[in-house]
Write a protein that binds this ligand. Structure first.
Ligand code: PCA
Length: 201
């Protein structure tokens, strides 16, 4: 008999900061609909504080996924970097896609300072590295919209059966006009598939 499928909600962001594309969505939208025992639901979310996480929560409410992986662009990084922690902080020099700028605000006032990811990020990194793709555990998702989504989801799903993590990915070669590190789209997609394979139960 066929093994029953688990649901995975996977998201990528729209472009921000004047970029025409966002590698996170480019990679996520091209993933297969099924990877191992996971059936994937792919969702593009806006690079907007608060709204991005709400969009994921809305979809998760309909889907009841056992895992949620959000993917985002991290210019300057040369490796695929699963994030270990989300912090209760908003701080960035740039505006989000609705024009909002935050400098040292809480995401949720009175909530804990931080949460650890509930998916096995170290196992993901090992599996990606085994494919000769650069990968490393990251201990900071920053304090812009990616961290906002990670923290909000970890808070919302703390102690539940829905496990959450975030993966930052480098720029694509066509975005790296000033010599920033980059990885080809196929390589990023391969890394995401590998990370998903690594968390099968
Ligand atoms: N990266 C940003 C937000 C959207 C994205 O793809 C970040 O690292 O916060």
């Amino acid at each position: 008999m066929e093994q029953s499928l688990q649901k995975l909600l996977i998201t990528g962001f729209d472009p921000f900061g004047g970029q025409p594309i966002n590698p996170s969505w480019e990679a996520v939208q091209g993933l297969p609909d099924r990877i191992g025992t996971f059936s994937l639901t792919k969702l593009q979310i806006p690079t907007i504080y608060g709204a991005a996480a709400q969009r994921v929560l809305q979809e998760a409410d309909k889907l009841s996924p056992s895992a949620i992986i959000c993917v985002g662009q991290a210019a300057g990084r040369k490796a695929v970097t699963p994030e270990l922690v989300g912090i209760n902080l908003r701080y960035a020099d740039i505006a989000d896609n609705s024009g909002m700028i935050y400098r040292d605000s809480s995401i949720l006032s009175g909530a804990p300072n931080a949460y650890f990811s509930t998916l096995p990020v170290r196992a993901m990194v090992k599996a990606i590295q085994a494919k000769q793709i650069p990968a490393a555990v990251s201990y900071s998702a920053g304090a812009f919209v990616c961290n906002d989504v990670l923290y909000t989801l970890l808070h919302q799903f703390a102690g539940t059966e829905t496990k959450v993590c975030f993966i930052h990915v480098p720029l694509l070669p066509e975005q790296a006009l000033h010599g920033e590190p980059s990885l080809p789209l196929n390589t990023i997609r391969d890394a995401l598939c590998t990370a998903i394979e690594a968390i099968q139960r």
